[in-house]
Design a protein around this ligand. Structure first.
Ligand SMILES: [Zn+2]
Length: 463
């Protein structure tokens, strides 16, 4: 039996086990895992001595090539997936946006068009619903059958993305039957808008007021309301980009009661805080995204939530806008600053560094948070999210000792600043494989645009 590649001498890590083993790859899949596999029948050997073999990272929250406030996020599906690959992430789930009056199919088709010739690693979509009439409610079932098995709804941004409680409840009831998972942006948009208008009237226009007008209570209230609606509908629920302890408490309480409620947080909420708005001039605009940064003490609560499984996933909400020309659109008014920050490249290293290297949780928990649970919740497991015979050969050879200082000068995202500028991480991906092909090695990109495949996902399964 011939193999395309054998990864030898690595410590192979899944969500449950760590073992010293060889992993043989053939035809884009993991073909065999074992001790001392015969090496002469492989076209290529990769020596992973002293390093880990992880399943490829899965980032379930990115916004590539996304229109926002008269501009578009700075990474498209080529530059964004390439930057992800540099960081050890080999699968993205992005968002196809349905605008008011459109069919869900229109959203799906137009995002497929953005991605299909560009993506360098595999991708899939959640569908954002902003207008839910009877026709779209029906269409949800059709989309699920086509492998778009999750939908995102907003409780914020009234007049743009926000749905009312009745529509949210209807969507949840539909997913309780069709097996899809609702991803919720949980912030009380109505109350926030009132606070924002008052701030503007008082002449408060600097970037920091984006954060100061979105209280943690607004996130906690919406989280709690979303959980109640999901409970009444008998549906599972996934809270996106949870940023604060008050919302975390709501998720923890729901899970303690046995409800199928899940939540993700993002590296920015674990590493950054309101203190970042002390940056001079308009620099605070680099940290304008939603939900906003919080007081520093929330960070340790979130790390603890990851450790204790009150939070199940780390995604990035990667939505980059350049400081020059894009963030600057809001120079005189924080409400005009495009919301979003770049992060897709450094998720694995930031979470490994702060989680495993700092002793907060095990390397197996790390794999669970960045790959296995995302795959399970979003219908990709066991094709993605683990190292097992028959799984896609998406793998990361990760050096736990290698240190790196994050900087816009060296990153691969198409954006002119880094949210994590100057932060030193321990642990970096050395070699990255996507379906058996080496796409990153020696800091070089060896893949090609259009290599990524659309992933038709199955429905939600209890992880
Ligand atoms: Zn987002």
């Amino acid at each position: 039996m011939g193999f395309d590649t054998i990864i030898v001498n690595g410590r192979i890590v899944t969500a449950t086990d760590t073992s010293l083993a060889d992993v043989a790859l053939a035809d884009g899949k993991i073909a065999l895992i074992g001790k001392d596999l015969p090496r002469d029948n492989a076209a290529r050997l990769i020596d992973a001595r002293g390093r880990y073999g992880f399943p490829g990272g899965i980032d379930v929250h990115t916004h590539l090539d996304m229109p926002f406030g008269g501009t578009s996020s700075a990474d498209d599906f080529e530059t964004g997936t390439r930057a992800a690959a540099f960081g050890g992430t080999t699968t993205l789930i992005d968002f196809a946006i349905q605008y008011k009056g459109q069919t869900l199919r229109t959203a799906f088709d137009s995002w497929m068009q953005k991605a299909s010739n560009k993506a360098v690693c595999d991708y899939s979509f959640h569908c954002i619903i902003t207008d839910l009439a009877a026709a779209q409610l029906q269409e949800m079932n059709a989309l699920v059958r086509e492998g778009v098995s999750s939908f995102k709804l907003f409780m914020a941004y009234p007049g743009v993305f926000m749905l009312d409680d009745a529509s949210i409840f209807k969507a949840l009831r539909a997913t309780s039957k069709n097996g899809a998972l609702i991803c919720m942006h949980a912030e009380n948009g109505g109350a926030i808008d009132v606070i924002v208008q008052q701030a503007l009237a008082e002449g408060k226009r600097a970037p920091k007021y984006h954060a100061l007008t979105r209280p943690t209570t607004a996130e906690a209230e919406a989280t709690s309301r979303a959980i109640a609606l999901a409970e009444m509908a008998g549906a599972p629920l996934y809270i996106v980009h949870l940023s604060c302890n008050e919302a975390l408490e709501k998720v923890r309480e729901a899970r303690d009661r046995g409800l199928p409620v899940y939540a993700e947080t993002c590296p920015q909420y674990l590493y950054l805080s309101l203190e970042n708005f002390d940056a001079p001039g308009f620099e605070g605009a680099k940290y304008v995204f939603t939900p906003p940064l919080r007081e520093k003490w929330h960070q340790e609560k979130l790390w603890n939530g990851l450790k204790r499984d009150h939070l199940q996933v780390v995604s990035t909400d990667h939505c980059p806008f350049c400081f020059k020309d894009q963030k600057e659109l809001g120079k005189d008014d924080f409400t005009k600053i495009p919301n979003g920050g770049p992060g897709v490249e450094h998720r694995m290293s930031l979470i490994y560094s702060g989680g495993v290297a700092k002793g907060r949780f095990s390397v197996n928990r790390f794999v669970e948070l960045v790959s296995t649970t995302p795959a399970k919740l979003f219908g990709l497991y066991p094709r993605k999210g683990t190292i097992a015979v028959g799984s896609d050969a998406d793998m990361v050879i990760f050096d736990p000792e290698r240190e790196h200082t994050i900087s816009a000068a060296t990153h691969h995202m198409r954006v002119d600043y880094s949210m994590f500028e100057g932060i030193r991480v321990t642990g970096m991906p050395d070699v990255v494989l996507s379906r058996g092909r080496v796409i990153i090695e020696n800091n070089a990109f060896l893949g090609r645009a259009g290599q990524g495949q659309f992933l038709k996902r199955s429905t939600y399964a209890v992880p």
